[in-house]
Design a protein around this ligand. Structure first.
Ligand SMILES: Nc1ncnc2c1ncn2[C@@H]1O[C@H](COP(=O)(O)OP(=O)(O)OP(=O)(O)O)[C@@H](O)[C@H]1O
Ligand SMILES: [Mg+2]
Length: 355
């Protein structure tokens, strides 16, 4: 069912029949503002309310790159006042190239809110709605969340195709809402500055901790996913690569070598022919520095984020800057797709196979 209503009327209807509520719309249409109005209305009506912030770029709860869940106990002036109860690491400030973690993470956070008793679960999303990627993201998110309400906010016709798709389904109530004139757009520079401040705030009291590489599993990197090649064989590899080898491993036909410094004109094809591996990845030990990671416990839950300070391949330790009090429960280190300085400066994205 589809209804064109004012924001206030939509909120009144949603709160009267609380459930999972997905907010979708393009960039700068007032999604987050609407989310705040809705959670406040829920709290005032005495409905157990939670919010899931699934916008990894312009996050309100928790640092960018994560999807967070917070329970709302009192009225809030801004969603930023809320403390995340749970976080799911996406590892990038954009959902592009990370659709699976965005969809899985949103679902996990909604489940967590429901498990903790929330009856109104407000899901704020990113403004990625255009093109095949945006459409696919919103459609699969809707499929897995099965929301009771969908608030679709638009300025012009930017989400018309998504709306017409959703309007044909009857398992949710669809509210077609317009972006009010008061909505102000946030220029790219402001978006970057906001993220920088959020990362800075997150890491400002962080300390350096040592994690034993052999105590943890790795995800989001090729490192640590294969069988280690003994240092006794490093000399043979070094002769071909002409660089000092720090670490080497093989995983399903692919060889992965970490060197101290990448030599000029490295002929990977010659390496492949000589050692018969289908693929070769030669990466530089220094390329791990400043990589954003998530430190997770034995249940795979994010404890805190961290920034790699140093990989000591000889001692098999990694040094990570993190606000976590202790890293002893860490059992999984998940690599993100970005390098960040602890002052919040983004150093750019990491391509697959780069580390
Ligand atoms: N109904 C409203 N009345 C007054 N100001 C509003 C309203 N809705 C949004 N704004 C203002 O417009 C700006 C953009 O709104 P908001 O951040 O909620 O948009 P968004 O769709 O969540 O953006 P993004 O795509 O970055 O997530 C904010 O400064 C917000 O305070
Ligand atoms: Mg927003």
């Amino acid at each position: 069912m589809e209804k064109a209503l004012s924001w206030e009327s939509a909120i009144t209807e949603i709160v009267a029949e609380p459930g999972i509520t997905l907010i979708i719309g393009g960039v700068d249409v007032g999604k987050t503002y609407f989310a705040r109005m809705l959670v406040n209305a829920g709290v005032e009506a005495g409905v157990p309310t939670a919010v899931v912030d699934a916008d990894v770029g312009q996050s309100e709860i928790g640092p960018p790159t994560v999807i967070s869940m917070a329970l709302v106990e009192n009225r809030v002036e801004s969603l930023r006042e809320l403390k995340p109860r749970r976080m799911y690491f996406v590892g990038s400030t954009s959902p592009v190239g990370r659709l699976l973690p965005v969809v899985v993470g949103t679902k996990r956070m909604v489940d967590e809110a429901v498990m903790r008793g929330a009856k109104l679960v407000v899901v704020d999303t990113s403004g990625l709605v255009s093109g095949a990627i945006g459409r696919r993201l919103k459609m699969y998110k809707t499929d897995i969340l099965r929301p009771r309400h969908i608030a679709a906010i638009s300025r012009k016709h930017e989400i018309d195709t998504i709306i017409s798709f959703l309007a044909k389904q009857e398992n949710h109530q669809l509210y077609k809402l317009s972006a009010p004139d008061e909505v102000r757009s946030k220029p790219v520079e402001l978006r970057i500055a906001r993220r920088r401040l959020q990362f800075y705030e997150y890491f400002k009291n962080a300390d350096s901790h040592k994690i034993r590489m052999d105590d943890v599993g790795f995800r989001g990197t090729l490192f640590g996913t294969g069988l280690r090649i003994s240092w006794r064989n490093f000399r043979t590899i070094e002769r071909v690569i002409r660089a000092r080898v720090l670490h080497a491993e093989v995983a399903s036909g692919a060889a992965y070598v970490v060197v101290e410094c990448k030599p000029e004109g490295l002929d990977i094809k010659a390496l492949a022919e000589r050692y018969g591996a289908r693929e070769y990845y030669v990466v530089c030990g220094k390329d791990f520095v400043n990589v954003l990671v998530a430190l997770c416990d034995a249940d795979g839950e994010v404890i805190d984020l961290g920034l790699i300070e140093e990989m000591d391949f000889e001692q098999r330790h990694m040094h990570v800057i993190t606000p976590a009090m202790t890293v002893s429960p860490v059992r999984l280190v998940e690599f993100g797709a970005m390098r960040i300085l602890r002052d919040g400066t983004e150093l750019g994205h990491i391509r697959f196979g780069e580390i």
